[in-house]
Write a protein that binds this ligand. Sequence first.
Ligand SMILES: CC(C)(COP(=O)(O)OP(=O)(O)OC[C@H]1O[C@@H](n2cnc3c(N)ncnc32)[C@H](O)[C@@H]1OP(=O)(O)O)[C@@H](O)C(=O)NCCC(=O)NCCS
Length: 189
Amino acid sequence: MTDCASLFTPNDSCAAGARAGAPADAREWMRAPGKTDAAGIHRLVADCPPLDLNSVYTYLLLSEHFAGTCVLAGSGDALEGFVSGYVLAQRPDVLFVWQVAVHERARGKGLGLRMLRHLLRRPGLAAVQYVETTVSPGNLASRGMFAGLARGLAAGMREEPFFEPGLFGQASHDDEPLLRIGPFQAAAA
Ligand SMILES: CC(C)(COP(=O)(O)OP(=O)(O)OC[C@H]1O[C@@H](n2cnc3c(N)ncnc32)[C@H](O)[C@@H]1OP(=O)(O)O)[C@@H](O)C(=O)NCCC(=O)NCCS
């Protein structure tokens, strides 16, 4: 197991946290998705390699049944970001973040981090004390984003083996180790 907590000082309230607190653009909006968003989410994820592109039906289910743990972001009429997640049935203090997609034109402005923090501030997620996700070793942008989330929450981040390449059957797929951030108080987001 790799312990990433030593990569940063837990109480360092970082610049990323501050930058991620305010919208980069006055027209930015964030909200829970609805079923009429699913086709647009599918297009956005298609534009965001290396994310696995799931079926439109999957995004319909997420938008309809898991809207409380998913967030959609945009600027004016343009869809710019999406986070899907769910609370683990057996461990209700864990929010599992499935996919984070930020359109290329909106990257590097803190949107990914703002969406994650927006989710954690929802009253329905007040009991969440851990965020778990899987991130392939080479996805530096995603690793940087989750490290920024941990810093902002003054929480540790640990990494352990989870979905190894052999579990994906015939399909060639990167390793997907688990990142676990916490414990924290969701209100800290
Ligand atoms: C990963 C992704 C969601 C990040 O979105 P983003 O809005 O650009 O990220 P943010 O601006 O919120 O970045 C937050 C932190 O991540 C890090 N980061 C972002 N992009 C990075 C990059 N290309 N390389 C290294 N670090 C990066 C930075 O440390 C940044 O904090 P900083 O203020 O200290 O610079 C976006 O790049 C994306 O959609 N990529 C394609 C799909 C994907 O890989 N999704 C994640 C799968 S788990």
